[in-house]
Design a binder for this molecule. Structure first.
Ligand SMILES: [Zn+2]
Length: 476
């Protein structure tokens, strides 16, 4: 029997907001001592009153817009009741039949083909605490309780683990691009539940699915789906296809899915409207304002940067993955009309310097203004590319001073005076007899050593084009 696979994904992403979803506890990403970042609201004490965090509503809506969802002007929060030690209130505040957004889609490219994956809904909810199991018992940390989450539910449009992984990675890029979540998998900021079922090819109905819970890496997402497909295929081939929906876990070490329980249905959760929160009403003005903040999708940025700025595929891919660097690049490229150098300074020099100094782009002393002035000075011949990348960049990173000032203070202007450069060249020829002999014998590669000496002697200030011309003349 020929079978096809049906996969749907639920993605939970922790939003990057200042405070938690329904209280004013801090929501920063830095780890804290367990149970120190809590209050009566996120601990679910009786009598507490939640208040929805405006910033997380906005960030959720912007992500939903970027995922092409329709935004509901009227939505509401509901209680999802279940009992588990990490949930002190006995219910999660989520959205059930009137989510803030629905009916979206996103396009993925798998094996060179574009495919549209439907998005059922994106809704808002709060996270539970965290359990850590050990041989001595189970420990509870409620710092995570009440953190704002968005849940993005796909339609059952995915047909294999590769598409599922590609879809999950695209969602990660888009949500990051919006600034709605950092989606750092290692910090548990993004987790997946994958629903898997099989059916005979040609059949249109859906058969009971297994929902694999809490996958926290792309690799485990792929492997767990593969494993579940294999298990269900065996059942189908034995003539005993699954008859009930199940919730299964993923054992990373064994590389196996295992049965946890029969899957809960909506009825098990006894949803009802959250009585402590008013319905969520969004105005046209609000939605129009927020719409302006929705960035281009990474795929659009990638294609545009290839065409508009003639960047290489690798360069365009880098910027398509990080909207902050993409913005900086565009500003510099437009002002200097030199996208090639702008890409090299933003995507390579800047990135590696920030990494070295342990700084983020947001607190970098070097800004678009610095890079624009720097590239204009290179283009006018006032400084050499090498000095710009090394000495001047060092000073900018340290002091935040503008390049012109640094060049004046340090005397770094490019030397384009023929007699001065000729002097450097003559010295370099005298100092490299072997290389000179090689060049004369036709080994042009040996020239690099002589040029290197000139650059070293001139502290990188000699105009490289003139150095090459003069050396060629002197050695011919
Ligand atoms: Zn709190």
């Amino acid at each position: 029997m020929e079978l096809e696979t049906i996969i749907g994904l639920e993605i939970h992403a922790e939003m990057s907001t200042r405070t938690k979803m329904f209280c004013s506890c801090n929501n920063d990403k830095f780890a804290k001592e367990p149970n120190t970042n809590v209050c009566p609201i996120c601990m679910g004490f009786p009598g507490m009153l939640p208040a929805a965090n405006g910033e997380s509503i906005k960030k959720g809506v912007i992500a939903a817009m970027a995922l092409n969802c329709t935004i509901r002007k009227h939505s509401k929060f509901d209680r999802k009741n279940y009992f588990y030690p990490d949930l002190p209130s006995g219910y999660q505040i989520s959205q059930y039949d009137e989510p803030v957004s629905e009916h979206g889609y996103l396009e993925i490219i798998v094996k060179g083909e574009k495919k549209r994956i439907g998005i059922t809904r994106l809704h808002l909810e709060n996270d539970a605490g965290k359990l850590s199991h050990s041989t001595q018992g189970t420990l509870l940390d409620f710092n995570r309780a009440g953190k704002p989450l968005m849940e993005i539910v796909s339609d059952p449009d995915l047909r294999n683990s590769e598409e599922a992984k590609e879809y999950a990675q695209s969602v990660q890029k888009i949500v990051r691009y919006c600034g709605s979540s950092d989606c750092d998998m290692e910090k548990g900021q993004m987790r997946f539940d994958a629903s898997v079922s099989l059916r005979p090819v040609g059949d249109t109905k859906l058969y009971p699915r297994a929902e694999i819970k809490n996958l926290n890496s792309f690799r485990s997402l792929e492997s767990a789906i593969e494993c579940e497909i294999a298990k269900q295929r065996e059942l189908w081939e034995a003539g005993t296809p699954p008859t009930i929906e199940t919730t299964v876990g993923w054992d990373e070490l064994k590389g196996q899915t295992y049965l946890m329980r029969e899957k809960e249905s909506a009825a098990d959760y006894r949803y009802f409207p959250e009585p402590d929160l008013p319905p969520l009403e969004l105005t046209d003005e609000q939605l129009e304002e927020w719409k302006k903040e929705v960035p281009e999708s990474p795929l659009v940025v990638y294609e545009r940067f290839l065409g508009e700025y003639s960047l290489s595929e690798a360069e365009a891919r880098f910027f398509a993955e990080d909207s902050r660097f993409a913005k900086l690049f565009e500003e510099v490229a437009k002002a200097t009309k030199n996208p090639k150098t702008a890409s090299s300074f933003v995507g390579t020099v800047m990135v590696s310097r920030l990494k070295e100094s342990g700084k983020n782009l947001s607190d970098s002393p070097v800004t678009a203004m610095h890079l624009i002035e720097l590239i204009q000075m290179i283009d006018s011949g006032a400084i050499s590319n090498n000095v710009a990348k090394s000495t001047i960049f060092d000073h900018m990173m340290e002091s935040g001073k503008m390049p012109k000032q640094i060049v004046e203070e340090q005397g770094l202007s490019q030397v384009s005076d023929t007699s001065a450069i000729e002097e450097f060249c003559k010295k370099a020829i005298a100092a490299n007899p072997t290389a000179v002999a090689d060049v004369k014998a036709g080994k042009t590669k040996a020239m690099a050593a002589i040029v290197g000496t000139v650059m070293k002697e001139s502290k990188g200030k000699a105009n490289p084009q003139m150095v090459n011309e003069l050396l060629t003349k002197l050695l011919s």
